[in-house]
Design a protein around this ligand. Structure first.
Ligand SMILES: [Mg+2]
Length: 124
């Protein structure tokens, strides 16, 4: 079986490092990283993660497009994708769910226990 894999997709280095740090702290998961949607699709196709945290606003390819494309692949159509959304941006949450995201976490993330809850919920 091996360790479950979590892919973190986030273009902002500070946000990315904090999220990775928190996920590593949970222990028992392999953490993978991408900094835009295109990279995320390439990494995911190769490594087949069990869960993705997907920032929505990124250069090259945003999280909405990446999630839509992921949903068109056989292996990606049921993969849990948690969008990281800026709720200040009107309609971001709806757009995330429309694009096929499983769930969303509002940004800025101030309480990281929500991350742990989502991970346990989806990966056990
Ligand atoms: Mg961003």
């Amino acid at each position: 079986m091996g360790m479950k894999r979590i892919l973190v997709v986030e273009d902002n280095e500070d946000n990315r490092e904090i999220l990775i740090f928190r996920l590593r702290h949970l222990g028992g998961f392999e953490i993978l990283v991408a900094s835009n949607g295109k990279e995320a699709l390439e990494t995911a196709a190769q490594i087949k993660p069990d869960l993705i945290f997907m920032d929505l606003k990124m250069p090259v390819m945003d999280g909405l497009e990446a999630t839509r494309l992921l949903r068109q692949s056989d292996w990606g159509k049921n993969l849990p994708v948690i969008a990281i959304t800026a709720l200040a941006v009107e309609g971001d949450r709806e757009k995330a769910l429309d694009a096929g995201c499983t769930d969303y976490i509002p940004k800025p993330i101030t309480d990281y226990s929500i991350i742990e809850r989502k991970v346990r919920e989806l990966l056990g």
